[in-house]
Design a protein around this ligand. Structure first.
Ligand code: FAD
Length: 323
């Protein structure tokens, strides 16, 4: 059975986020040979449509409106609902990002559909599309099949590999004009926290520090290791609560959910709330003085030792391998 699938492209600072391309790959699986339509919403975003096509979308629909310059749930839901009305898709894919988590339930309720949120894998089998998603804070996974009606899912970033970009791929780009009414939120200004380096949610390598890091200065060796590996620094809530670092670095149940290729946990005990945010990392390395620390239960590699000795040694070793 072929399906028409629409994918919401996510834009940050004038650029498409990786999750947009992962969404296209997910949509291809769901479409089972049907059509994949990329949707871009914003003030002036049509220039990004060809890139969605180069990553595998068959065509793109653009809704441009000054009221969509910044994300608001009212504005974006009106715009996407207008596209859904026009396109009549069989399936919709969003990223399970801050934006997607906010927007998808609103759109699903307006459409009267269900929502499979936070899918980490999708496969098409025997005429059904099977979504895998974590439950119980990542302790188990469930498989979901939509047997009837619209398929609506949000996908966890960094889990579904995007297709290779093909610069020669072309497709139709059309625009839909939508009158955006009754905005209950107006964004006057976006004040950004100055965070240097790689975005945690998209980082392939994360060096994370816990209360064992002991101070603001204690994060310096972690940053050095992250720089050598081209990664980002994260933290446990223990480290954030102790004011060793900013809460924007917090990983876990009440922080960010990350799925890097490599997660190095330094001085983190491995509380269940922390594991909820990182246990789906591809390779986990734990450095902890306590051989009984819970983090070793989820680690692929464990180093029992003082992080202030181990982390600089790792940095030096990796540096020597890179020259
Ligand atoms: P600790 O548990 O104090 O562990 C510090 C570790 O460092 C120890 O294992 C110790 O052996 C090791 N250590 C000390 N010195 C060194 C050294 N020199 N070298 C190597 N190892 C050393 N936590 C999160 O992380 N994220 C969340 O999103 C989150 N959400 C929560 C939500 C709720 C509702 C609740 C109740 C809690 C939440 N927590 C969260 C808190 C969580 O329960 C833990 O308290 C927290 O994760 C502990 O942080 P930690 O591992 O850094 O500190």
């Amino acid at each position: 059975m072929t399906r028409k699938v629409i994918v919401l492209g996510e834009i940050r600072e004038g650029e498409l986020r990786n999750v947009s391309f992962e969404g296209i790959a997910a949509a291809k699986t769901v479409a089972e040979g049907g059509e994949v339509v990329a949707v871009l919403l914003g003030e002036s975003v049509g220039n990004l449509a060809p890139e969605m096509i180069q990553y595998g979308a068959d065509r793109a629909v653009v809704v441009e409106n000054p009221k969509l310059a910044s994300y608001t749930p009212d504005g974006f839901s009106q715009a996407i609902l207008a596209v859904v009305e026009q396109e009549q898709p069989d399936a919709i894919i969003f990223g399970h990002t801050a934006l997607g988590k906010d927007l998808s339930p609103k759109v699903a309720s307006k459409l009267g559909s269900g929502l499979i949120s936070d899918a980490v894998a999708i496969e098409a089998a025997g005429g059904n599309v099977v979504f895998t998603r974590p439950i119980y804070s990542g302790k188990a996974f469930e498989k979901k099949i939509v047997t009837d009606g619209l398929i609506f899912a949000s996908i966890r970033p960094n889990n579904i590999a995007p297709l290779e970009k093909d610069a020669s791929r072309t497709g139709e780009v059309s625009s839909v004009s939508v009158e955006i009414k009754d905005l209950r939120t107006i964004i006057r200004e976006v004040a950004k926290k100055a965070i240097q380096g790689v975005d945690l949610t998209e980082a392939k390598v994360i060096i994370s520090g816990g209360r064992g890091v002991k101070s603001v200065e204690g994060f310096k060796p972690l940053q050095e290791l992250a720089d050598v590996l081209g990664g980002a620094v994260g933290a446990s809530r223990g480290a954030c609560d102790a004011e060793y670092c900013d809460y924007s670095l917090q990983i876990g149940q009440t922080g960010k959910v990350v799925t890097p290729d490599l997660y190095i946990a330094c001085g983190i005990s491995g509380a269940i709330q922390h594991l909820a945010g990182m246990s789906n990392s591809k390779v986990v390395v734990a450095i902890n003085k306590d051989p009984e620390a819970n983090i070793f239960k989820v680690a692929d590699y464990g180093i029992v030792g003082d992080l202030f000795e181990v982390v600089p040694m790792l940095t030096e070793e990796i540096k020597s391998l890179l020259v």
